[in-house]
Design a binder for this molecule. Structure first.
Ligand code: HEC
Ligand code: HEC
Length: 387
């Protein structure tokens, strides 16, 4: 025991006070968990640990190198026009910089193109969390009609027609010929290696690591608000700043939805392929139903997965429909207790923040971003006519 004197003298009451103090500080080691209003234990904020890796897709240098080429290669898409990087450009914070995403030629997407930064840490992917691994997600992105619209057999043929790819697949997977499942594994490996925060460069992580000067006084006040009065850790907690749960915040509609026939087509088609009930919602729905598409439970309409808040400085605009362009707008939205929706999550409450408190909160949010994480577009393997 390190401090026998304290323990003996202070007794149980003193210990409890000390534990509560540590828990309130948020870096708590063995502190009693704080509970959110819905009874969920709030996990302390912290730095991200090593990236999770599935046992059947260990990280290796050749896989990551190959994955980088594939991420930038439009030959994975149906008409060889659209690569992952078309919508997840590292120079645009690994999104596309727009409010609603572009789509495969002839379509416009109906949601914001999410950043891929730190997706490797999420247990659920997409705005409504319907994919559970980067490998499965890459398959949806490559074959999905609004994204890559690609065809696995055709992709294998295209890759086999580029000798450099054949060699790179052999090095990475020991395969005789490029195989589609290995395409998914290589892309996922690239994302795990290249699209993750570096704790050495993120002010908040440096602060946690002992560099007291890494956070301004305003950012430190912002942190206290984040964990207290502003109620952000009710949903954004742990090292990823996400409870990985689903909530309806009443995010306002994006006017582009209303005015763009292409996006209306995408929305209605999404309703259709996701099996939304014809009478109840398909004809009348004029918005993104979120988690409801997966569960078909009425109470899940408008619920979305809590996103991470890391690297926000690079990933505007915000929310599933990109309706907010600045963090100031986001904070104003929360200050008002969120938007107008009969099914809004009861965790959303008006906050009564002062102008200075709002500024402090934004300052703290900005401390969760390091410098841009940029990967330059690589030179892609060329086709060759095979003998
Ligand atoms: C035409 C644009 C487009 C293309 C091409 C595209 N994506 Fe996306 N991506 C999106 C949009 C939009 C979303 C959010 C969709 C949703 O939630 O339904 C998304 C979501 C994601 C996510 C989830 C992020 C998270 O944290 O939940 C990942 C990972 C991702 N894309 C990776 C890829 C990869 C890998 C490729 C290439 C194989 C790719 N995307 C191709 C537009 C695109
Ligand atoms: C009730 C749970 C909940 C609370 C409380 C909450 N958030 Fe969120 N947050 C979410 C969800 C869910 C989304 C995505 C919503 C959507 O797109 O419809 C989100 C989105 C965001 C985004 C946009 C991220 C992006 O990548 O687009 C920011 C920034 C954000 N929240 C900051 C905060 C701050 C700051 C607070 C405290 C003032 C807070 N949140 C409180 C659940 C919550």
């Amino acid at each position: 025991m390190r401090r026998p004197f304290n323990v003996r003298v202070a007794g149980l009451a003193g210990l409890v006070v000390a534990m509560l103090a540590r828990s309130a500080a948020g870096d708590g080691k063995a502190a009693a968990p704080r509970l959110a209003d819905n009874g969920r234990a709030i996990r302390p904020l912290g730095s991200l640990g090593p990236v999770p890796v599935p046992p059947d897709n260990k990280i290796s240098e050749p896989k990551a190198e190959l994955g980088k080429l594939l991420f930038f290669d439009a030959r994975l898409s149906g008409d060889v026009s659209t690569s992952c990087a078309s919508c997840h450009d590292p120079r645009q914070g690994w999104g596309d910089g727009g409010d609603l995403s572009r789509g495969y030629p002839g379509t416009q997407h109906w949601r914001n193109s999410q950043t891929v930064l730190n997706s490797a840490y999420h247990a659920k992917l997409f705005w409504a969390g319907e994919s559970t691994s980067l490998e499965a997600q890459a398959n949806s992105a490559i074959t999905g009609n609004l994204a890559g619209n690609g065809e696995p057999d055709m992709i294998e043929e295209r890759l086999a027609q580029a000798p450099e790819y054949v060699e790179l697949f052999r090095k990475a997977f020991g395969s005789f010929k490029p195989q589609y499942p290995d395409v998914l594994k290589a892309i996922a490996t690239f994302e795990r290696v290249a699209a993750v925060s570096d704790p050495g460069k993120v002010p908040f992580d440096r602060f946690l690591g002992g560099d007291a000067g890494a956070l301004s006084a305003a950012a430190q006040r912002g942190r206290a608000l984040f964990e207290g009065k502003a109620r952000c850790t009710q949903c954004h907690d742990g090292p990823l700043f996400s409870d990985e749960d689903y909530h309806n915040l009443g995010v306002p509609k994006n006017p582009a939805f209303e005015s763009d026939p292409q996006r209306q087509i995408a929305l209605r088609w999404q309703h259709y392929i996701r099996g939304v009930d014809e009478k109840a919602t398909y004809r009348s729905a004029d918005r993104d139903l979120g988690l409801f598409y997966e569960t078909k439970r009425p109470q899940d309409q408008g619920r979305f997965r809590t996103p991470s808040l890391r690297e926000l400085a690079h990933t505007a605009p915000y929310m599933h429909n990109g309706v907010f362009f600045t963090l100031e707008e986001v904070v104003d939205f929360y200050d008002q207790g969120g938007g107008d929706d009969p099914q809004k999550d009861p965790l959303m409450k008006p906050l009564g923040l002062t102008a200075q408190e709002k500024g402090d909160l934004v300052e703290f949010l900005n401390s969760l971003s390091g410098p841009p994480i940029v990967v330059d577009p690589p030179l892609l393997p060329q086709y060759a006519v095979l003998k």
